[in-house]
Write a new protein. Structure first.
Length: 218
């Protein structure tokens, strides 16, 4: 079970010693308590961002706590870092420095594997676009595939259906590209036209382009 320390957004004062405003506090019996009164003042703060250092520091620390802050937009508490014993942090930093070179080499290898996989994904998606739309210019098909399969984008090419080259998913990617690049859709949105009305106004133009690329108009 993790001890939780809060980084408050509003000014808080300790319910025991009355010191404040507090930078960090715990909650006991629904009231804020400073780290000194909570017997946590000897811990040092390690912000998030270095997963290896955080893991090693927590493993080496007999006592630790998770620091969270409330995100009002998402209405939830989010991790900001941890509190650990200073000696544990020193050990963790030394361990990370000792294997920094090997971790750097591993990151390079992982990046190369991801890049190779991305190339294969884009090539497969390009081939499927050209199968479904044989009159689509090859370079255009490649650009659409590359855009749709950007890692971490959440676009069609990164969905399960897109990776499986599902026909409806591939067609959706092509339709989206045509909507943005071959119609006035973006200009309509910038002019304040609601999205569903803008889509209605460009639907015929999109249909004509897709029909031409499929060869339906010949």
């Amino acid at each position: 079970m993790n001890l939780v320390v809060i980084e408050p957004r509003k000014q808080r004062h300790c319910s025991e010693c009355r010191r404040g405003p507090l930078v960090l506090h715990v909650v006991e019996f629904n009231a804020p308590v400073c780290l000194a009164c909570a017997d946590l003042a000897h811990l040092v703060y390690l912000p998030r961002g270095n997963a290896a250092l955080t893991r090693r520091a927590r493993e080496a620390s007999a006592l630790s706590a998770v620091v969270v802050r409330h995100n009002r937009r998402r209405t939830r508490y989010e991790r900001q870092g941890i509190l650990v014993e200073e000696a544990a942090l020193v050990l963790a930093e030394a361990a990370c420095l000792a294997d920094a070179e090997s971790r750097a080499r591993r990151r390079v290898r992982d990046a190369a594997r991801r890049a190779e996989h991305d190339v294969r994904t884009t090539a497969a998606l390009t081939a499927e676009i050209l199968r479904l739309f044989p009159h689509c210019p090859q370079e255009r098909a490649r650009v659409i595939a590359a855009h749709a399969s950007v890692r971490g984008s959440g676009r069609v090419g990164r969905t399960a259906a897109g990776r499986a080259l599902d026909e409806s998913a591939v067609t959706a990617a092509v339709r989206a590209a045509v909507r943005h690049d071959d119609t006035e859709y973006d200009a309509l949105l910038m002019a304040g036209v609601p999205r569903f009305r803008a889509r209605e106004r460009v639907a015929a133009r999109i249909g004509a382009v897709l029909a031409r690329w499929r060869g339906d108009t010949e």
